[in-house]
Design a protein around this ligand. Structure first.
Ligand SMILES: [Zn+2]
Length: 90
């Protein structure tokens, strides 16, 4: 899946902003990473979804049907990601 711009990932590709030890791919960024949970809550409300009860393809379909809400999530999450990575010197 290549819906989103590629991340400037670290060598091992693991997400650097949580302790979940997961590859930082689109699904992790959008639906899994605990660092963005507060923004994801708003995305679920805006899309009228409960991601916990949905398959990954269904989640992607839902958020791409709400590009404005997805954009807000991405903006907030990327800002937080950038700030955390700066703190870590990445
Ligand atoms: Zn993460």
């Amino acid at each position: 899946m290549h819906y989103l711009p590629r991340f400037a990932v670290d060598k091992d590709g693991l997400c650097q902003v949580c302790a979940q030890n997961k590859v930082e791919d689109e699904a992790h960024f959008l639906f899994e990473c605990g660092t963005y949970a507060i923004f994801r809550d708003k995305l679920e409300i805006a899309t009228n979804c409960n991601f916990a009860n949905m398959t990954t393809p269904d989640k992607f379909r839902a958020v791409f049907e709400h590009p404005y809400s997805l954009g807000r999530f991405m903006k907030s999450a990327f800002q937080k990601r950038k700030a955390l990575r700066q703190i870590m010197g990445k």
